[in-house]
Design a protein around this ligand. Structure first.
Ligand code: ASP
Length: 589
């Protein structure tokens, strides 16, 4: 038998018991006569003790153990004289009677402790060692619990888990597809799903009523800390539902998950429209853990003779509370330069600093006297000690820039408490986005999203300009500035769906070739339906107050989309290419 207990199980009440434990040597400490070994497994760490006076041969064997050796020991539980209150097993230790070395180990390339000296790439290359570390292991256990609780909640609410295929035809979610060559169909390719969108809609036509799947999705996009080429969604669809029924169901799921995993009872989620989110925060995923909301300044800052403002569509600002004494000219210059970096692209940054002593310092002091600036303060809620930051320009762009500043100030002022969770629904997104460059409309969510009922007629009959103002029955769940998920009520009428493809620039033939199966299904009694998908990896990270989704994925890819442990992607040999009809003679191209 390898073990009677795991390494996290034994307590003071077990003193005197004879036990067998197996695990890894996390660390050993040799004090001449006494050798201590920390034996680790998934469940915890138990201290082993070897005494040279009791068994010389065994103690010497213990002295020679390398890190990460795999051991099986037999011994007796005894009370520790020097207790470790930080460990659940810290009151006891095992007086070892015999030990088998089940396997040796090379010295690991980084320390297998909570805080490691291993850089990202090294940890990814030896991910199996990284997962031995408690923080990574706990993340994966957390993820498993989250998946189980998701299944419980959805199953209790009559959702049926249905698997949809991975080898499909491309679904237009807006990203690039990964493609897979077909051996049996020369020159043809499958695409890996960006999401099971069309399949889940077909399941509604099929009468499944409520579907869910915890499902891998694939998008060939440039990567960031919160993106992976393959990621997991909690994907759902419901028939005969209104928007609010979908939102209630998934608010319920979110509350359930917070309660079961963190013990947190979330209050009801506020709903704000896309327009309101953009006006108040300059973002469709606002972090509402802190205020610093936008104040539009057109009516008191424009028309006062300052050309830059006067020629701008929008003057808008925020108030940073209580930072006037901290922010010297040098700091403000540095902040201005930060805003002028190409990533943000602000032309400049206007500030008004209300010093504690009542004096005022401003970049626009030449154009606005103190009385005018005090008026700004009154209108914006700034008092001595505060700084107003303002930007001006084209409305949409300026709001986006100010959003970056708001978030940066939130970070700098420590207003983003990782223990606070502020969920909200953003609703009523625009249906279509006009792209100046390609001179065409894109679907803001995806091409299957329905316009709001009251906009349906305008969509069917309106002119080009009208299309820009259509609202969709689309919604996002946002928590602490992170988009957790999104969905929509879908079009279930063939004509409306055709009209949408038409607006998106598909010819009739293209629409038929790509989506004929869906349009066809809509002719056989498609019920009204809608759904949502949550980013599962992101949800894991957000619940843990972390940004990077990588540490919640057992075997993630790096920023170049590589798995550096198995070294993928990799070339395949000529034979395989030939079989796939891909034996392109690259050298002679
Ligand atoms: N398929 C959508 C997505 O992946 C979610 C949905 O509309 O249900 O974002």
């Amino acid at each position: 038998m390898y073990r009677t207990h795991n390494c996290g199980a034994l307590r003071i009440s077990d003193v005197g018991q004879e036990v067998v434990l197996s695990g890894w040597n996390q660390a050993s400490r040799d004090f001449g006569g006494m050798t201590f070994v920390d034996l680790r497994d998934r469940y915890g760490i138990t201290q082993l003790v070897f005494n040279i006076d009791d068994n010389k041969e065994l103690a010497e064997k213990a002295q020679k153990l390398g890190r990460e050796y795999v051991l099986r020991v037999e011994g007796v539980v005894r009370e520790r004289s020097n207790k470790n209150p930080n460990r659940p097993t810290g009151d006891i230790e095992i007086e070892v009677r015999s030990m088998d070395i089940l396997n040796g180990s090379k010295t690991p390339p980084f320390t297998i402790e909570d805080e490691t000296d291993g850089g990202d790439d090294l940890r990814m290359k030896y991910r199996y060692l990284d997962i031995r570390r408690a923080p990574v292991r706990e993340n994966l256990i957390f993820r498993s619990k989250l998946a189980i609780e998701t299944r419980k909640y959805l199953s209790d609410n009559d959702f049926v888990e249905v698997e949809t295929p991975n080898l499909i035809k491309s679904t237009p979610e807006g990203a690039r597809d990964f493609v897979v060559p077909s051996r049996m169909n020369p020159g043809q390719f499958y695409a890996l799903p960006q999401s099971p969108q069309t399949f889940k809609q077909l399941l509604m036509v099929a009468g499944m009523d409520r579907y869910f799947q915890i499902v891998k999705c694939f998008r060939d996009e440039d990567l960031r800390a919160d993106r992976q080429p393959e990621f997991t969604q909690i994907d759902c669809e419901m028939a005969f539902v209104t928007r609010d029924e979908v939102l209630d169901t998934f608010e319920g799921l979110t509350k359930h998950l917070f309660k079961e995993t963190l013990g947190i009872e979330l209050p009801d989620f506020p709903k704000i429209s896309y327009d309101e989110a953009m006006t108040r925060y300059g973002s469709d995923k606002p972090d509402t853990r802190f205020g610093m909301e936008f104040v539009e300044m057109n009516d008191f800052a424009k028309g006062q003779g300052f050309g830059v403002f006067d020629n701008s569509e929008l003057v808008v600002g925020i108030v940073a509370k209580g930072i006037a004494s901290e922010y010297s000219n040098k700091n403000l210059k540095e902040l201005t330069e930060w805003m002028q970096r190409p990533q943000i692209g602000a032309k400049g940054l206007v500030y008004v600093k209300f010093n504690e002593d009542g004096s005022i310092k401003s970049t626009v002091g030449k154009f606005f006297d103190d009385e005018a600036l005090v008026n700004w303060g009154n209108r914006m809620g700034a008092t001595p000690g505060d700084i107003i930051f303002a930007l001006s320009g084209e409305a949409e762009k300026t709001r986006k820039q100010l959003n970056e500043l708001r978030l940066e100030m939130g970070r700098r002022l420590g207003l983003m408490d990782p223990k606070v969770f502020n969920p909200l629904w953003v609703v009523d997104f625009p249906l279509l986005e006009w792209d100046e460059e390609s001179e065409r409309f894109h679907a803001m969510h995806h091409p299957f999203t329905a316009p709001k009922k009251e906009d349906e007629q305008r969509m069917l009959t309106g002119d080009h300009e009208t299309m820009k103002s259509l609202r969709a029955d689309a919604y996002d769940l946002v928590i602490n500035g992170v988009e957790i998920g999104g969905g929509s009520i879908r079009i279930h009428d063939r004509d409306l769906q055709s009209k949408n493809f038409d607006l998106l620039g598909f010819t009739k033939e293209e629409a038929e070739a790509q989506f004929g199966f869906l349009l066809g299904a809509f002719e056989y009694g498609a019920p009204p339906h809608g759904g949502i998908a949550f980013g599962f990896d992101r949800l894991c990270a957000v619940l843990n107050g972390q940004n990077s989704i990588r540490d919640f994925i057992a075997f993630p890819k790096n920023n170049q989309g590589r798995d550096i442990m198995i070294d993928a992607p990799a070339p395949v040999d000529q034979e395989q290419l030939k079989e796939l009809h891909l034996d392109l003679d690259l050298e002679n191209k």
